[in-house]
Structures are given as structure tokens and as C-alpha cells.
Design a protein around this ligand. Structure first.
Ligand code: PNS
Length: 170
């Protein structure tokens, strides 16, 4: 029998979703996207379309910034979702949810979400990755606060996000 009939080839394509608010994308998010891009065949960065009136940037603006700062990666897609993440993952044929854990303080919330998502869809795995240590203190919330108070943003967000933040709060 020819080898191709006896050898079971696995032709798995790994599709992962990195969901979040990304209000706005930070260098910590980008670090994680870069790591995810190396690990998965296709990485979908999915922006939650929520009715959170507290958001600084519209979903359209967040998507624009994400597209700009990830354009060097051909296998990274930027999308928007609403409703349950597990339903979106099913629609997109994704088997993995990617999330970052910066510090132990993230763990409880992330564990709760991962286990709830597993309860809702047992075939979906959550994979946690650690961003570079230099981003362990970085959050979009703090970035928004620093921008609103006129503080320095260099090194925290990509330059185009810094410009958008400056014009948003001026
Ligand atoms: O960047 P964030 O705000 O920490 O991301 C949170 C996000 C978008 C991953 C989470 O709120 C989410 O998945 N929302 C979609 C609704 C949902 O599926 N809720 C049940 C989660 S267990």
C-alpha cells in the first residue's frame, strides 16, 4: 500500500481568537499579538462591540488603529464581534481563545472567564500567554488616564495610537 494510504497526516489549521476591548491597542497587546502570530496559523483579533458608554474610542476607531499596527502580519485579521464569545468562535471555526496574563491579579478574572467559556463550549481551549515583562504594568485603562491627564505615552502605545490619543483628549 502506498505510503499516503498508511500514514495518517494531520493537516490541522489552528485558528485562534484574541478577544478584547482594545480601547486603545497598547504595546502590551501588540506584544501578545506578535507571540500569537508565531504560534497560530491564523489569529483573529476580535474587538468586542459593547454598549459601554465609557469607551474613549469608537469600535471603528479601535479597528482602524489595530489594522494599522498589525498590517505587517499577513495571518492576523482584525474583526468585530458581539454576543457570546463562544458563539463567535464557533462561527469563525476557531479552536483557541488567546488571552494575556500580566500579573497574578489578572488570574482570577481570566480563570473565571476561561472556565465559563469551557462550560459553554467544551471544545474551545483558552491559551494564556505572558507578555514581555516590560509590559506587565501596562493597561489600556492607565493609558487612557495618562493621556487624559497629559502625561507621556512614549513606549506605552504605538506612535499612531499616541497621536490619536492626543487629538482625542485635546
Ligand atoms: O479586554 P477585555 O475587556 O478584558 O476583554 C473582555 C472580553 C471581550 C474578552 C469579554 O468581556 C468577552 O468575552 N465578552 C463577550 C461576551 C461573553 O462571551 N461573555 C461571557 C464570558 S465568560
Amino acid at each position: 500500500m502506498a505510503a499516503e494510504h498508511t500514514t495518517r497526516l494531520t493537516m490541522k489549521t489552528s485558528v485562534a481568537i484574541y478577544p478584547g476591548s482594545f480601547d486603545p491597542v497598547t504595546n502590551g497587546h501588540l506584544d501578545l499579538i506578535g507571540r500569537g502570530e508565531q504560534m497560530f496559523d491564523h489569529l483573529i483579533v476580535a474587538v468586542l462591540k459593547n454598549v459601554d458608554k465609557q469607551a474613549l474610542f469608537s469600535v471603528t476607531e479601535r479597528v482602524e488603529m489595530l489594522k494599522e499596527v498589525t498590517k505587517k502580519w499577513g495571518s492576523v485579521e482584525i474583526d468585530v464581534f458581539d454576543g457570546l464569545l463562544v458563539d463567535y468562535a464557533r462561527r469563525r471555526g476557531a479552536g483557541v481563545i488567546l488571552r494575556g496574563i500580566r500579573a497574578i491579579s489578572d488570574y482570577e478574572y481570566e480563570l473565571q472567564m476561561a472556565l465559563m467559556n469551557r462550560k459553554l463550549e467544551p471544545r474551545l481551549e483558552t491559551v494564556f500567554m505572558l507578555p514581555g515583562e516590560s509590559y506587565s504594568y501596562l493597561s489600556a485603562k492607565l493609558v487612557r488616564e495618562i493621556a487624559q491627564l497629559g502625561g507621556p505615552l512614549a513606549g506605552l502605545v504605538p506612535p499612531i495610537v499616541e497621536q490619536r490619543l492626543r487629538s482625542k483628549v485635546s
